[in-house]
Design a protein around this ligand. Structure first.
Ligand SMILES: *Cc1c(COP(=O)(O)O)cnc(C)c1O
Length: 234
């Protein structure tokens, strides 16, 4: 059983899409440039199916075993699975080549592991570099100079393809508190593109609390859980 009535998934989805459209309009962007990733962690397969039936296609998961079990159970759906959580190197083998996009690449060691596994599988894994802009101790992610070093190393790792950057600002009640960090992620991306002559089109930023601000600052992927699925039960 899904957590909510079917009609509620459709109306929540319409609400989030509407807010993405308004934010895009305010900033002179087209909403079609923004992919909504529905973060389904801790919500069961039936809830994912209900949101899929309402028209959602991209889903994000944070835990490897949970993600694989759900993708397996929903293998009849034409869904795209994103991996957005912290990934231990020894679990890279379960992820490489199997996800549409990994948002959470945060070390050279993990880059090598994903490359090795993807290459062995004859695949190329698209990845985003997760950057910890506020330098929060408890949060994963690369410092800005480490992101540059990782991109340099990735030049020798054809099993992964860097597509852009991801960030998760410190939690705040005020969505405007995230805006300067979103703007900084975009500037960092622009600088890295120039420095390495790379195309890094994707910016994964914005969650339930602050996705309109992220869209205004250039997000191409927003990761929304609670606003679509309701609260997560511990
Ligand atoms: C859980 C999670 C989200 C979704 O958070 P909500 O506040 O429920 O929208 C987004 N990104 C990451 C990396 C997450 O772990």
């Amino acid at each position: 059983m899904p957590d909510m009535e079917h009609g509620e998934y459709a109306s929540r989805l319409a609400g989030v899409r509407g807010r993405i459209e308004e934010a895009a309009k305010r900033s002179g962007r087209d909403a079609s440039e923004v992919v909504l990733v529905a973060v389904s962690k801790w919500h069961g397969a039936a809830s994912v199916r209900a949101l899929y039936e309402a028209g959602q296609r991209d889903f994000g998961e944070s835990y490897v075993q949970e993600a694989l079990a759900k993708a397996e159970e929903l293998s009849d759906l034409d869904a795209r699975w994103h991996f957005i959580g912290g990934l231990q190197t020894n679990k890279a083998k379960f992820v490489a080549g199997g996800f549409h996009l990994v948002h959470s690449l945060d070390s050279i060691k993990l880059a090598r592991a994903l490359h090795n596994r993807a290459e062995a599988a004859g695949a190329v894994q698209d990845v985003l570099l997760q950057v910890n802009l506020a330098g929060e101790e408890q949060k994963r992610g690369l410092a800005e100079d480490e992101a540059a070093r990782l991109l340099e190393a990735a030049g020798d790792l054809p099993g992964i393809r860097p597509r852009g950057l991801m960030t998760m600002p410190p939690f705040s009640e005020d969505p405007e508190a995230s805006r300067p960090l979103f703007a900084r992620l975009r500037k960092l991306r622009d600088g890295l593109e120039r420095k390495f002559g790379l195309d890094l089109p994707e910016l994964s930023m914005g969650m339930s609390g602050d996705f309109p601000q992220a869209v205004e600052e250039g997000a191409t992927l927003v990761r929304v859980g609670t606003d679509l699925f309701g609260p997560r039960e511990y």
